[in-house]
Design a protein around this ligand. Structure first.
Ligand SMILES: NC(=O)c1ccc[n+]([C@@H]2O[C@H](COP(=O)([O-])OP(=O)(O)OC[C@H]3O[C@@H](n4cnc5c(N)ncnc54)[C@H](OP(=O)(O)O)[C@@H]3O)[C@@H](O)[C@H]2O)c1
Length: 272
C-alpha cells in the first residue's frame, strides 16, 4: 500500500516509540509527538520522522501542534492516540489530583486530539483515528479502578464515533493490548497509597505482587505496533483489535465465562 502520514502521541517511550519506528520503517512520514522532545533521542535520525512537542493535557499546545504537523505533512491520514498511563492502588486512597490527572491524560487527552483533527479529516473526506485502549477497557480488575474508568470511557467514546464518522469516510479503531513491557509498570505508574486499614493493605500487597508476576510474561511493544499498523492499513471497518496473545486469552475467557465465574477465578488466582 502507498505510504502515508501518521501522528502519534506519547512517542517518547514504550508502544508510542516503537510505533514511530514501525511506521517509519515502512516508508510512512511520522509526526512523533511527546511532552518532552528532549526524550526523542535516536528517533531524530530516522528518515521521515519529525519530532513535535505535544502534551495532551494542554489544549492550546494540542491545537497548535496538530495544525503545524498537518500543514508540514500536507495532511494527516492516521492519528494514534497513545499517550497514557495507569494509576495503581486502592480507589479510596486516591487524591483528587490523581483522579483528575488520570482522566485528563487518558480520556480528555484523546478527546482533545480527536476534536482538533476531526474537522480537518472531515474536509478531506478521509482519515483514521486509532485509540489505544487496553483489555482494561473491557473488564475491571482490582487496584486499577481509575485506569479502567478512563479506558472504558475511551471504548465508549470510540464506539459511538464509529457511527457518527462513517458517512465522512473516517475510520475509528480501538487497540486492546494486554500486559506489555514498557514504562507502564515502571516510571509511568502513578502509585496510590492505600488508606490506613489492614484489609486494604493486605489486598494491595497480594494484587501488586500478582501484577508484577503477570508483567514478567508481558509481550514486547512491537506486538502492539504491528497491530496498530494493521488497524491503520485495514480496508474494512473493524473496530476492535486485541494485541498480543495475553489480551486474546483474557478477552476470550472474559467472553465465554459467566461473569460470576470470571470474578471467582480472578479472586482465586490473586488469592483475595
Ligand atoms: N504497557 C501495557 O501493559 C499497556 C497495556 C494496555 C494499554 N497500554 C496503553 O498503551 C499506551 C502507551 O503506554 P506504554 O505502555 O507505552 O507506557 P509508557 O512507556 O509509559 O509510555 C507512555 C507514554 O505516554 C506519554 N504521556 C504521558 N502523559 C502524557 C501527556 N500528558 N502528554 C503527552 N504524552 C504523555 C509518556 O510520556 P513521558 O515519557 O513524558 O512520560 C510516554 O511517552 C497507554 O495509553 C497505555 O494505557 C499499555
Amino acid at each position: 500500500m502507498k505510504a502515508k502520514n501518521v501522528l502519534i502521541t506519547g512517542a517518547s517511550s514504550g508502544i508510542g516509540r516503537e510505533t514511530v519506528r514501525y511506521f517509519a520503517a515502512r516508508g510512512w512520514k511520522v509526526a512523533a509527538t511527546m511532552r518532552n522532545p528532549q526524550q526523542a533521542g535516536d528517533l531524530i535520525d530516522i528518515p521521515g520522522v519529525a519530532i513535535y512537542h505535544l502534551d495532551v493535557t494542554q489544549p492550546h499546545n494540542v491545537e497548535e501542534t496538530i495544525e503545524k504537523a498537518w500543514s508540514d505533512m500536507k495532511g494527516i491520514d492516521v492519528v494514534v492516540n497513545n499517550a497514557g498511563y495507569g494509576a495503581l492502588g486502592i480507589f479510596e486512597g486516591a487524591s483528587d489530583e490523581q483522579v483528575i490527572r488520570q482522566m485528563d491524560t487518558n480520556l480528555l487527552g484523546t478527546i482533545r486530539v480527536t476534536r482538533v483533527v476531526l474537522p480537518l479529516m472531515r474536509q478531506k473526506k478521509k482519515g483514521t483515528i486509532i485509540n489505544i485502549s487496553s483489555i482494561a477497557g473491557r473488564m475491571g480488575l482490582p487496584l486499577y479502578s481509575l485506569y479502567h474508568a478512563s479506558k472504558f470511557a475511551v471504548e465508549g467514546l470510540t464506539e459511538s464515533l464509529f457511527y457518527e464518522l462513517r458517512p465522512f469516510n473516517i475510520k475509528v479503531r480501538l487497540i486492546e493490548p494486554g500486559p506489555i513491557k514498557t514504562e507502564f509498570n515502571g516510571r509511568s505508574k502513578d502509585d496510590i497509597l492505600p488508606p490506613d486499614d489492614d484489609r486494604y493493605i493486605a489486598i494491595s500487597q497480594k494484587v501488586t505482587s500478582f501484577y508484577h508476576k503477570t508483567f514478567r510474561h508481558a509481550a514486547q511493544p512491537k506486538v502492539v505496533s504491528r497491530t496498530i499498523y494493521r488497524a491503520a492499513t485495514a480496508k474494512n471497518r473493524r473496530l476492535r483489535f486485541p494485541a498480543g496473545y495475553q489480551a486474546k486469552l483474557f478477552l476470550l475467557t472474559y467472553r465465554i465465562l459467566p461473569g460470576s465465574w470470571f470474578r471467582w477465578v480472578t479472586r482465586f488466582l490473586i488469592n483475595i
